[in-house]
Ligand binder design. Structure first.
Ligand code: ATP
Ligand code: MG
Length: 329
């Protein structure tokens, strides 16, 4: 089985964007790949976090993964927390010493996030290298993500190739991102020029997987569209409406064309009501499962098993890399 790896930062509650780019892809692939699914809690602290909220979000994230259908009973599913495995940070340092200041300065996400706070941390700048370490430690071949992470997976590829060339060996597997054809970037409901993000300050911009029904309805009904009043898909000129069509497609399983055909001649109000119903129907099921799981021992059992399994693999890889570089005795 080829290895697949992905993680979602516990920087807040997961959104339907995270579902589309991350969780839904894991659900589609989990039976066919050895899956490394982790909670990148160290990535979350690239911006300031309240420790209690962070701890809560880590557990919530795992409960949400499971509630969405991630199956920890599969022998090929490994669920773990990044900070519980010390090799991620150790390998990251080695990779940092092989990454160039110039290439790191070109990372789109750093440019965007560093604009929000002029006192941004060095961690925000180097975090794509930690992400490369997360991936390369496990010889992951595929990394399912939204489009926003594509550049970071490319960095991981470049670092893998550079290292293999420099030390003349097949030390790392070169990873590839898997980006969904539909829903690679779910947009902000209030500003469809931006992607939806769990850390966005405007709560009306994002739908969280744990939002109550009335909140979901309000957010959908107040989502920005256009004044044309006709339902068709045009990302460029009708970004808001096209985003809603995309969300409908993801949660209904219909193609974009089928969604457009279904609502041919309908008004935006009716379409939005139908979309809100669909989302609420799906989210209620996830939330019921979440409530059953959040205080159960399933979470810790899965995380303990995941930590044990992945630490062994990471240690082996790290020892190999450490020797290649010339560290130690
Ligand atoms: P933050 O605002 O803290 O960066 P985020 O919502 O961007 O949070 P991440 O933890 O950075 O979420 O990303 C987790 C996964 O979700 C990644 O695979 C990322 O590509 C994907 N993802 C994030 N936002 C979207 C989106 N709007 N549409 C599709 N996929 C997304
Ligand atoms: Mg992000």
């Amino acid at each position: 089985m080829d290895r697949l790896l992905t993680g979602l930062q516990p920087s807040g509650t997961l959104t339907i964007g995270n579902y589309s780019g991350g969780i839904n892809q894991v659900l589609n692939y989990q039976k066919n790949y050895e899956t490394f699914l982790f909670v990148p809690d160290m990535h979350a602290t690239t911006v300031t976090q309240d420790p209690e909220a962070l701890r809560r979000n880590i557990r919530n994230a795992v409960a949400v993964y499971l509630a969405c259908g991630v199956d920890v009973n599969l022998p090929n599913m490994h669920l773990y927390i990044q900070s519980e495995n010390l090799y991620h940070a150790n390998l990251s340092w080695i990779l940092e010493c092989h990454a160039y200041f110039g290439e790191m300065s070109r990372m789109h996400q750093f440019k965007e996030k560093s604009k929000k706070n002029e006192n941004f941390t060095c961690g925000l700048y180097t975090y794509p290298i930690l992400m490369a370490s997360d991936i390369l430690l496990y010889d992951a071949k595929y990394v399912p993500t939204g489009i926003d992470q594509k550049q970071h997976v490319e960095l991981a590829r470049n670092l893998a190739l550079r290292f293999n060339n420099r030390y003349k060996g097949e030390y790392f597997v070169c990873p590839e991102s898997i980006i969904p054809k539909v829903g690679a970037s779910i947009k902000d409901l209030q500003n469809p020029a931006k992607k939806m993000s769990k850390s966005c300050e405007n709560p009306k911009s994002s739908i969280f997987l744990l939002d109550p029904e009335n909140v979901v309805r309000k957010k959908i009904m107040s989502a920005v569209t256009d004044s044309e009043g006709k339902i068709y898909y045009d990302e460029e000129n009708k970004a808001g409406l096209s985003n809603l069509i995309t969300i409908y497609s993801i949660f209904s399983g219909l193609s974009i064309e089928q969604v457009v055909a279904k609502f041919d001649g309908a008004g935006y109000g009716d379409f939005k009501k139908d979309l809100a119903n669909l989302l609420c129907e799906r989210l209620v099921v996830i939330q019921d499962k979440y409530n059953q799981i959040i205080n159960s021992s399933i979470i810790d059992d899965a995380l303990d098993a995941g930590r044990e399994f992945t630490t062994k693999i990471a240690k082996e890889k790290y020892e190999q890399i450490r020797k290649a570089v010339g560290y130690g005795r």
